[in-house]
Design a protein. Structure first.
Length: 226
């Protein structure tokens, strides 16, 4: 029954017959995610950075921001793609037996909804994800996709959420990291430097009101040492 509802929601979205609102947003996002995780992946990466690589669909634009992040353009909206340096270092130096591979991503307000699940990457490895949608102002949301090594964020109109989350999920399924390079570059750096860099990059997505930054609860993880 659930599968049938998702297929119906996706068909309506693709046909342009549904007006996206708070009551149907979760079903629309669920349908787009279900499609993205089931599609056949490309066989190679087209974007290769020092710390990570990924396949970029021809419909998505990009510009460089730093070694650990990229701003993508999905449906004419900015999407911040950030490598979670802290997660990579924690796995190397502070590996645990925790069943949850995702560390907390804190926001000061309750989300409209969250979605959790798994997807298979280019190597057919199953990865966990959590999608969070937070209301920012009327018909504007903060969309976040978090996986073990990446966090995608976008401040977008509610109506664009389905299309943007589809692109996020397609791209993250093709991502791979160079953990040795991450450890070499960041294991001796102060945690504050990385945290400050992340917040500065994230601020580029905030509206003029600055409400996004007010929602972030900055945390200070322990700095791994060699």
């Amino acid at each position: 029954m659930r599968k049938t509802l998702l297929l119906i929601a996706l068909a309506l979205v693709l046909s342009g017959c549904v007006k996206v609102n708070g009551s149907n947003l979760k079903s629309i996002v669920s349908a787009q995610v279900a499609t993205a995780v089931s599609e056949t992946l490309p066989t190679t990466s087209t974007m290769r950075k020092t710390l990570y690589s990924y396949y970029l669909p021809t419909s998505v634009g990009r510009r460089e921001v730093s070694q650990s992040s990229t701003v993508l353009f999905s449906n004419n909206y900015n999407v911040l793609m950030n490598l979670d340096i802290v997660s990579v270092l924690s796995e190397k130096f502070y590996a645990t037996e925790s069943a949850d591979p995702l560390r907390a991503y804190a926001l000061a307000t309750d989300p409209l909804f969250t979605l959790t699940g798994t997807y298979k990457d280019l190597k057919a490895v199953e990865n966990a994800y959590v999608i969070t949608v937070n209301a920012i102002e009327k018909n504007v949301v903060l969309l976040t996709l978090q996986t073990k090594y990446f966090v995608f964020s976008a401040v977008i109109p509610m109506a664009a959420t389905g299309e943007v989350v589809y692109d996020m999920m397609k791209i993250v399924r093709t991502c791979s990291i160079n953990s040795d390079e991450v450890i070499t570059l960041y294991s001796n750096r102060e945690t504050f430097s990385y945290t400050k860099e992340t917040l500065e990059i994230f601020s580029q997505l905030a509206p003029e009101s600055g409400k996004i930054i007010d929602m972030i609860e900055e945390t200070t993880p322990t700095t791994p040492e060699n």
